[in-house]
Design a protein around this ligand. Sequence first.
Ligand SMILES: Cc1cc2nc3c(=O)[nH]c(=O)nc-3n(C[C@H](O)[C@H](O)[C@H](O)COP(=O)(O)O)c2cc1C
Ligand SMILES: [Fe+2]
Ligand SMILES: [Fe+2]
Length: 417
Amino acid sequence: MTSEKIVDGIWWTGVNVYTNDLFEGIWPIPYGVSINSYIVKGDKVALIDLVKAGGGGSSENIIDQLASIGVAMKDISYIILNHLEPDHTGFVAHIRELCPTAEILTSERGVPLVEAFYGLKERVRAVKDGEELDLGGGKVLQFFYAPNVHWPETMVTYEKSTKVLFPCDAFGSFGALKGCIFDDTISDDDRHFFENETLRYYANIVATFSTSVINAIKKLGGLDIKVIAPSHGLIWRKDPKRIIDEYIRYAGYMSDYAEPEITVIWGSMYGNTETIMRAALRGIAKEGVKVAIHKVPETDASWVLASAWQSAGLVIAMPTYEYTIFPPVDYVLELMKLKHFWHKKVLRIGSYGWVGGAQKHFAEKTEKMFWDHIGPLEYQGAPKAADLEKAEQLGQELAREVKAIPAKRKRGAGGEG
Ligand SMILES: Cc1cc2nc3c(=O)[nH]c(=O)nc-3n(C[C@H](O)[C@H](O)[C@H](O)COP(=O)(O)O)c2cc1C
Ligand SMILES: [Fe+2]
Ligand SMILES: [Fe+2]
């Protein structure tokens, strides 16, 4: 893709990365990811957010894109770094060589990070919260600090005449762009695809910072926003409110119960835990509650988290392994703890062989997560008829409790996922 015009004087320029490398070294991106960069051209030219270094020729790509709209590197006066994570800044040292006179602008907390990551100190300037930068030709940029959306130094940039917001990671998603960059030029299938990838991105990357997301949305509430141009995923020009509402809903899942759905996370070595899990599923089915079932480690934690983030109910089914939690389930629990998967209704079930241990560690690990526990149900070896009956009852009880939770805003067109 070459540079694409968003509004007069503003273009998308970026890369679609397809790689077997994991995003942040953790999360699979089998459908790729876009790293969006933006050009704002008044009398002076500003480049907002960059791309990572190297990766699939991304830096060379962006130079060509700039050339396609008649912008040479030496024409760039300002490089605006909303967020210092290297997916958006890896290119900065190289770009400094290509346009040595350009000034790098970032937040006060961003300045030391530019030096720490890239050794750059010259012509690096901190902008203040609310500060404006007049590019001439009618284009005026305004900066607003948005700490901890995703890193502490994060800020957003707003172009006042066109009302375009550049919020960096906020409102972003996994999934490379498929030839269209706007929310109103994609098919319903692709809309569904991006909704799923937005939720997965949120649960994997942003969840921990949900309070900061809400604070940032409140802080920017007074702005008239016509277009949202994030650093990953689609540009929202038809319906920017839609992605803001989605983010408010996702962020709300940290402090309240999520959707009346159940995610089953299970792992088993020899099937004794699977048998009880199936009994719990029969109980859930009696209540007709929507359920998603993820076996670990076969399903990557990335998708398990996406599903669990939006479910009010969880079934955690795993055996004891070396006196503690079966490790693949433990890994998912660790991530959920780290990422504030709070306020869930949870049934934990599983088998042990000798004296158990998983339940003790499970209770300790989840102690501060505001979980309402149903059960637990543990048994030695294979489940007996009474265990299976009990699991079915507990599954039904969980489903009833989950059903009593009012659904949040319905997901949009094609938005089941
Ligand atoms: C490698 C390994 C480690 C185990 N460690 C423990 C243990 O520490 N405590 C215990 O009570 N049972 C332990 N067990 C027994 C399992 O918890 C038991 O076999 C259980 O039924 C397995 O459930 P599954 O069939 O769902 O895999 C262990 C089994 C294996 C294979
Ligand atoms: Fe980030
Ligand atoms: Fe990012």
